[in-house]
Each structure stands twice: as structure tokens, then as C-alpha cells.
Design a protein around this ligand. Structure first.
Ligand code: HEM
Length: 144
């Protein structure tokens, strides 16, 4: 069972981090250069259909593994593994807040002039995703 939870968790990680790396390294520079909002909007529209379910699956499988296999109780963060899991949850919260900001405040007012502001959000979510990946791998090595 543990093996399958890791496999599902890692597939989710490839979708979430891979999708954001593609967006940040290929689509964003092109959109900024050409001041082309549609490029990002088209990518987001296609990506959100698999990106958000992937993130939700990350949370379910991650919390499941933390409770059942690492005995993390989400109250006591004294062990290094619990700290890595707790940090992941804080980064998850940051990701959700950034996504809400983009969806409700940045996207509706997006113009070619303020595209860089969306770009900063994309870069932040990508870097946070990489940090979550680092923390995830570190769990196997006893925590951060
Ligand atoms: C964008 C979100 C996330 C990414 C990219 C991510 C990525 C990863 C990666 C790459 C691993 C290593 C798997 C391995 O060692 O075989 C991992 C493990 C783990 N993650 Fe996540 N993770 C995310 C979210 C979460 C969340 C929200 C939780 C729960 C709080 C969580 C809990 C865990 C746990 C407990 C493990 C250890 C499994 C093991 O023994 O390998 N992850 N994660």
C-alpha cells in the first residue's frame, strides 16, 4: 500500500512541479517578451484541469503517509520528519493563498503592463513546489 501511495504522490509531484516549470521557463518568458496574455491564459486553462486535482491528490496521499507510516500527529512537531511535513503544510497554505490571489485579483485585471506581477506569482509557486519536492525526498533521509 505504501508503495502505491508514494507512486501516486510522485505522479502528482511530476504534474504539479513539471507543469509549473514548463510555464515558468517556456511560456512565461515568451509571454513577457511578446506581451501576450493569451499564451498564459491558454496554458492555465488546460493545466488547471489536471494541476489542481494533482495537488489535491498530493495532500490526501501526503497526509495519509504522514499519519500511517511516519506517525505524525500534526500537534507535536518535535521530530525532524514532523517538521518536514509541517513545513510542507505551511508551503501548501502559501500555494493556496497565491492561487486565490491570482484567480480572484490578478487574472481579472490582467493587462500586458502588469503581466510581470502574474509572472512573480508563477515563479513563487514554482519555487515553492521545488521546496516541497526537496522536503518530500528529505523525509526518506530522516527529515530536514
Ligand atoms: C506540491 C506538493 C508536493 C510535492 C511536489 C511533493 C513531493 C514529494 C516527493 C518528491 C516526495 C518523495 C517521495 C519518495 O521519497 O519516494 C514526497 C514524499 C512525501 N510527501 Fe510530499 N509533496 C507535496 C505535498 C505534500 C503534502 C501536502 C504532504 C502532507 C503534509 C506531503 C507529505 C509527504 C510525505 C509524508 C512523504 C514521505 C513519503 C516517503 O516515505 O517517501 N507531501 N513528496
Amino acid at each position: 500500500m505504501f508503495k502505491w501511495l508514494i507512486i501516486i504522490h510522485v505522479i502528482g509531484a511530476t504534474i504539479w512541479v513539471g507543469g509549473h516549470l514548463l510555464l515558468a521557463l517556456r511560456y512565461l518568458p515568451e509571454a513577457l517578451r511578446d506581451k501576450n496574455l493569451e499564451l498564459i491564459k491558454a496554458f492555465e486553462k488546460k493545466f488547471e484541469i489536471i494541476g489542481f486535482p494533482a495537488l489535491i491528490i498530493q495532500v490526501i496521499t501526503g497526509v495519509w503517509m504522514a499519519i500511517t507510516f511516519y506517525q505524525v500527529n500534526f500537534i507535536d512537531y518535535s521530530s525532524a520528519i514532523a517538521q518536514a511535513v509541517g513545513t510542507k503544510l505551511i508551503l501548501l497554505l502559501a500555494t493556496i493563498l497565491l492561487a486565490i490571489n491570482v484567480r480572484f485579483f490578478v487574472f481579472p485585471k490582467l493587462t500586458p503592463k502588469n503581466l510581470w506581477w502574474l509572472g512573480l506569482h508563477i515563479i513563487a509557486v514554482t519555487l515553492i513546489g521545488i521546496c516541497m519536492l526537496y522536503l518530500g525526498v528529505s523525509i526518506r533521509f530522516g527529515g530536514v
